[in-house]
Design a protein. Structure first.
Lengths: 150, 199
C-alpha cells in the first residue's frame, strides 16, 4: 500500500462525505454586511464634513466610532453572531480588528489584568501588527532611498 | 503480562473495568448520547467563575460519582491517572487533589483516557494496585481558549469542524472481576504517517 495514495484517497473520501459550505450565500451575506459597514462609515464621514471638519480628521473620527461600535457589540456578545453570519464582511473592515483585540481581552480577564488581559490581548491581532508594521518599514526604506513605491 | 510484536502488551490475567461515570455539558445534553451520561449540566459555568474552574469541578464530581457507584472506600484505590487539555493539566490536578490517591498526570489529547486505562491496566495486572482510577475531562470553552480563538471572536467555523466536548469521564480498573476485560494494549508509534522513520 502506498502511503501517499492512501492519504490522497482519504482526503477525497472526506471531501466527498463532508457538506460543502454555501459559498454563494456566504459571499452575498459577507458582501452586503461589509458594504453596510462601509456605508455607515461614509455616513459618519459626511456628517463630520458637513460640520466643517478637515478630511483627515473626518477619517480618524470614522475609525474611532466604528472601532467603538465593534468593541461595544463584542462586549454584548453580539459581534460574534454578526461575524458568524457575515464572515469576512465584518472581519476585514476595522470592526474586525477591534473585535480581535477586545475578544481576547475579555476571554483572558479570568487570568488577571497583567498576565491575562495585558499579555494575551494581542494574541489574535499581534501577527497582523508585527507584519503590517514591518512591511510598512520596508516600504518606507525603499521610498526613502529610491523615492518611489510609497 | 508480556510484550508481543513491536508495541503490544498482552495481559495474562486481564484487568477489568469495574465501574464508570460521566458528566456531560449542555450541548451534550441535547445530543443522541445524552441518555448515557450519569448527569448533564444546563450551564457551562456550573456555578463557577471561569471555564477552567468549571472543568475542574466537572472532573471532581465525575470521580466522586465513580467512587460512589463502585462502593469502594477511597483508600482502596491505589493510584489514579488523569489528564485534560489545559496547561499543566490543571483541571485534573486541582479537581483530584482532595482525593488523597497517588496521582499521575498524563497528557494524550484525545487519547488521554485510553492512555490512562492502559497504564491503569498495567498497574492492576502487576499487582501494585488492586484498583486504579482513570479520569479525563475537557470543556469546549476552555479548549477553545487554549488552542483556538476567543469565543467572542467573530469568525466562522466550517460545517465539519469538531466540537470539543464539555464533560468528563472516569473509570475504575480492577485487577480481577466480571469484565469487560482489558486483554491487551497497543500504543501507536509516535511517528508521522508517511514519514520514512515509520516502519
Amino acid at each position: 500500500m502506498n502511503p501517499l495514495d492512501t492519504k490522497k484517497n482519504y482526503q477525497n473520501y472526506v471531501d466527498q462525505k463532508s457538506p460543502n459550505s454555501p459559498i454563494v450565500k456566504n459571499c452575498l451575506n459577507s458582501f452586503w454586511v461589509g458594504g453596510l459597514i462601509c456605508v455607515i462609515g461614509q455616513f459618519i464621514w459626511e456628517a463630520c464634513k458637513q460640520n466643517g471638519l478637515e478630511t483627515e480628521i473626518c477619517t480618524t473620527i470614522v475609525s474611532i466610532i466604528l472601532v467603538f461600535i465593534s468593541a461595544f457589540l463584542t462586549a454584548l456578545n453580539i459581534f460574534n453572531r454578526i461575524g458568524k453570519f457575515a464572515g469576512a464582511g465584518s472581519l476585514i473592515p476595522i470592526t474586525g480588528f477591534a473585535n480581535s483585540i477586545v475578544s481576547p481581552a475579555m476571554e483572558y480577564k479570568s487570568e488577571g489584568y497583567v498576565m491575562g488581559v495585558g499579555s494575551k490581548m494581542f494574541t489574535v491581532a499581534g501577527p497582523v501588527l508585527v507584519y503590517g508594521i514591518s512591511a510598512s518599514i520596508v516600504v518606507g526604506i525603499v521610498y526613502a532611498i529610491f523615492g518611489f513605491g510609497g | 503480562m508480556k510484550k508481543i510484536g513491536n508495541q503490544t502488551i498482552v495481559f495474562d490475567a486481564p484487568p477489568t473495568v469495574l465501574e464508570t461515570a460521566c458528566i456531560g455539558g449542555p450541548k451534550e445534553a441535547n445530543g443522541p448520547l445524552a441518555k448515557y451520561f450519569d448527569q448533564v449540566l444546563d450551564d457551562e459555568f456550573w456555578g463557577e467563575k471561569s471555564w477552567e474552574k468549571a472543568e475542574s469541578k466537572i472532573i471532581k464530581e465525575t470521580v466522586n460519582k465513580v467512587v460512589a457507584k463502585s462502593g469502594l472506600a477511597q483508600d482502596k484505590i491505589g493510584f489514579c491517572f488523569a489528564g485534560d487539555l489545559l496547561n499543566q493539566c490543571i483541571s485534573s490536578g486541582f479537581g483530584l487533589r482532595d482525593l488523597n490517591v497517588p496521582y499521575f498526570g498524563i497528557f494524550g489529547a484525545c487519547s488521554t483516557f485510553v492512555e490512562g486505562m492502559s497504564l491503569a491496566a498495567i498497574f492492576a495486572e502487576s499487582g501494585i494496585a488492586d484498583y486504579a482510577l482513570c479520569a479525563t475531562s475537557s470543556h469546549f470553552c476552555s479548549a477553545e481558549k487554549q488552542f483556538r480563538f476567543p469565543l467572542e471572536l467573530g469568525n466562522q467555523r466550517p460545517q465539519t469542524s469538531q466540537w470539543t466536548i464539555t464533560g468528563a469521564g472516569a473509570t475504575i480498573v480492577a485487577s480481577s472481576g466480571k469484565g469487560p476485560f482489558i486483554t491487551s494494549i497497543t500504543p501507536r508509534q509516535n511517528s508521522r504517517y508517511g514519514n520514512k522513520r515509520c516502519k
